[in-house]
Design a protein around this ligand. Structure first.
Ligand code: N2P
Length: 345
């Protein structure tokens, strides 16, 4: 069974209620299936005001959830927001519609570095939305010894005081990093090596939250987090100044989240219009203001104020040790299986 077949089977098993009824079909609508806490209402409103197109924003909290629903839904979605390794997989599987660059005059604002990424060189099937990292954030009023990496977070000292994103591929990559292995070195053997470490780590996590892990840190429910950089950037902006952000010394994942149009999308033209709209620097800035990730739009970045441009979580140092995830094919479902099994123990 391929990774895709497994995800479809799992989606069919758990989705008792079809999503078709919630997804609009009218010509002046756009069905956007995107990460939660990532698309500002002001952008959706501005797009509607200008084009008359209503955006139906359905949110997900992991690539795997998105894939399951996408493949189970028939052609309902017009735009999805997969990360780099999922773009790579969807291209291989022939699931994406080519992007018509002639409809995207604002593509010129992108940092040229994003045109050459290995998951989609030349951006034939996707356009970057935001980039980011996964790092560590902690409350310095509660944590007195400096934390340097995953080994410190999961030393046992912070048991019951940790929030982490609920993401199997991420968490397994953290274990691999502590073992000196690359985040894409995923085989049956490396997964078996990961399992005992997961058994030790996962019971230390108080809360899994991929939507808004900053909330538990702000509330004081937890003191340490392993979270998306945009969440870390928001915590750094907190007026208390009590949060510290760092990239783990063992190495970190750099993700590139993208917009892509699934094959068979009912409103492909509206999808292109939306992509071009968010590529406008003045619109792209609105995204950065609400969700301070690394903006791939160079002309938008120039419009950010100094505080935003120098936020260490949003814009890591050039020499940071960062790795992109690659498509790992059928091993993707094994990653899920190992994580779910240990989490459920
Ligand atoms: C936004 C989530 C960031 C996505 N809320 C990580 N790929």
């Amino acid at each position: 069974m391929t990774w895709f077949a497994k995800i479809v089977a799992a989606a069919v098993a758990v989705c008792s209620v079809g999503i078709a009824s919630t997804v609009a079909k009218a010509a002046d609508q756009l069905n956007l299936f995107a990460w939660s806490e990532y698309v500002p209402q002001s952008v959706l409103d501005g797009f509607k005001k200008e084009t008359g197109i209503i955006v139906n924003y359905e949110a997900y909290d992991s690539n795997e959830t998105m894939l399951g629903k996408l493949l189970d839904s028939g052609a309902k979605y017009d735009l999805i927001q997969p990360s780099e390794y999922v773009v790579e997989a969807l291209i291989k599987e022939g699931k994406l519609m080519p992007i018509d660059h002639a409809k995207l005059p604002n593509l010129k604002h992108l940092d040229p570095a994003f045109m050459k990424m290995s998951h989609d060189p030349g951006l034939k099937f996707s356009v970057p939305w935001m980039s980011g990292t996964v790092g560590i954030v902690y409350n310095t009023e509660k944590v007195k010894e400096p934390i340097k990496g995953f080994k410190d977070v999961f030393s046992g000292k912070y048991k019951g005081r940790i929030v982490a994103v609920d993401d199997s591929r991420e968490i397994i990559s953290w274990v691999l990093a502590t073992q000196g292995k690359n985040c894409n070195d995923i085989t049956d053997a490396t997964l078996e090596g990961v399992r005992p470490v997961l058994k030790n780590w996962l019971p230390q996590i108080k809360l899994y939250d991929s939507d808004s892990p900053k909330t538990a840190l702000l509330n004081g429910d937890v003191d340490v987090g392993v979270v998306w950089s945009g969440e870390g950037a928001t915590l750094l902006n907190d007026e208390s100044k009590k949060f510290k952000w760092l990239l783990p010394e063992e190495g970190a994942h750099r993700f590139i989240d993208n917009l892509a149009i699934p094959k068979g999308a009912p409103h492909a033209d509206a999808a292109h219009k939306f992509i071009d709209y968010i590529l406008r620097p003045e619109v792209s800035v609105l995204i950065s203001e609400d969700f301070p990730y690394t903006n791939p739009n160079l002309d938008a970045r120039k419009k950010l104020d100094d505080k935003a441009r120098t936020n260490a979580a949003s814009y890591p140092a050039d020499d940071a040790k960062l790795e992109l995830f690659k498509d790992i094919g059928a091993m993707g479902s094994k990653v899920d299986e190992v994580f779910t099994a240990v989490k459920g123990q």
